[in-house]
Design a protein around this ligand. Sequence first.
Ligand SMILES: [Zn+2]
Length: 366
Amino acid sequence: MSLEVLDREPPAPGSALEIAPGVLWVRMPLPLALDHVNLWILRDEEKKRYALLDTGMDTGPTRDAWSTLIEGPLAGERAVAVIVSHLHPDHVGLAHWLCDRLGVPLRMTLAEYLGACLIQGRSPPADAATLGRFYTRHGATERELASFEGRARFYIRAVPRLPASLRRIEAGKVIPLGLDWQVGTGAGHSPEHAFFHCPETSVLISGDLLLPTISSNVSVFTLEPEGDPLGDFLAALARFLAFGDDTLVLPAHGRPFRGARTRVGELFAHHEERLARLLAALSGSFATASDMVPVLFERELSDHERAFAFGETLAHLHRLWQAGFLERREDPERITFGGRRTGPDEIRHAARRAVGIAAGIVPDQE
Ligand SMILES: [Zn+2]
C-alpha cells in the first residue's frame, strides 16, 4: 500500500485532540527549522487518570501550553507518570518541570536517562575537549567544531535540568493505562529509544524512530567512537515491518499515518542511495568524514544542521566500514575512509547488502 497520511489538522498549542481511543494528540512549537513536535496523552477514561508521553523543550510557550492543558481539559483527572521516549531535548526538556508540577515519576529507558544525564552534565565523553578531539580527527573544520559546541550548549538550554531519578521502562514490558501499551525499543537515533504499541487498538507511538516525511538523524557520538548507529537504526526499522497496514502510527514529527511497512521500505531505499553515493565518491580514494559531508548534503547548511549532517555522514561511513565495503585508516591525527575502485553495479549491490545485513533481511553470505 502507499502511505496513508491522516487528513486531520494538528491541534493548536494548548489544545488536545483525540486521535485514537485513549490517546490525545498535543503539538508544541520548536524554535528550529523543524518547527513542531507531537506529544501524546495516554488516558484511562474509566479511572480518570492519565500519563503524558514526551514533554517538548523547556521554553516559555511550551510551559504555557502545558499549563493550559493541565488546568483545562485535564483538570479533574489524576496524572500518574511522565513517560519519555528518548533523550532529545524536544522529548525530555520539560520532564523535570512536569514531574515536579504533577508530582509523578519520570518513566524512561535506562540508557536514554543516563545518556541525557551525560549530555546535560557535559560529563566525559560529552565534554568540549573530548568532542573537539574526536571531530578534529575526522577532519572537522572550524565551522563544524563550532556547530558541535553550539549543539551541546543548545541541549543544556532546552534541557536545563532532569528529574533526579526514574522508574525504568524496558522492551517487553507493558504499561497498563486503561489500555495495555507494550514497550519496544530501538537504537541508532538514540541509545534505547522506546516505542509503544497497543495491540487492542492497533496504535503505534513511534517517537522519532519512524517518521512519515523526514528521515531520523543517525549520528556517531563520542561515547561509542567506533559505533554503527545506522546499522542499529536499520535493525530498529526492521522491527516495524511486524506492524500491519491497519496500524495507526503516531510519529513525533509530521502527521499520523498508516503504512508502516511502506515507510520502512522507503527509508531502507533512502539509506541505500546515500551509502551508494559514498561508495562512488570513495572508489579508489581515501577521505575524512568531513570531506564526505557535501557528498550527502549538497545544499548550504545552517550551523545547527551542520553537526547533524556531519554525524549522519560518519554513521553512513561506519555502516560501510562495518559491512566490509570500506576500509577505515586511523593514525593519531586523522581517521580516513576509502575503498577500492568499483563500478556502478558493484556499488549498488554493496549498498543494498550494507542495508540488508543490518536489517536482517538478506543472508549474511554469498
Ligand atoms: Zn530524537
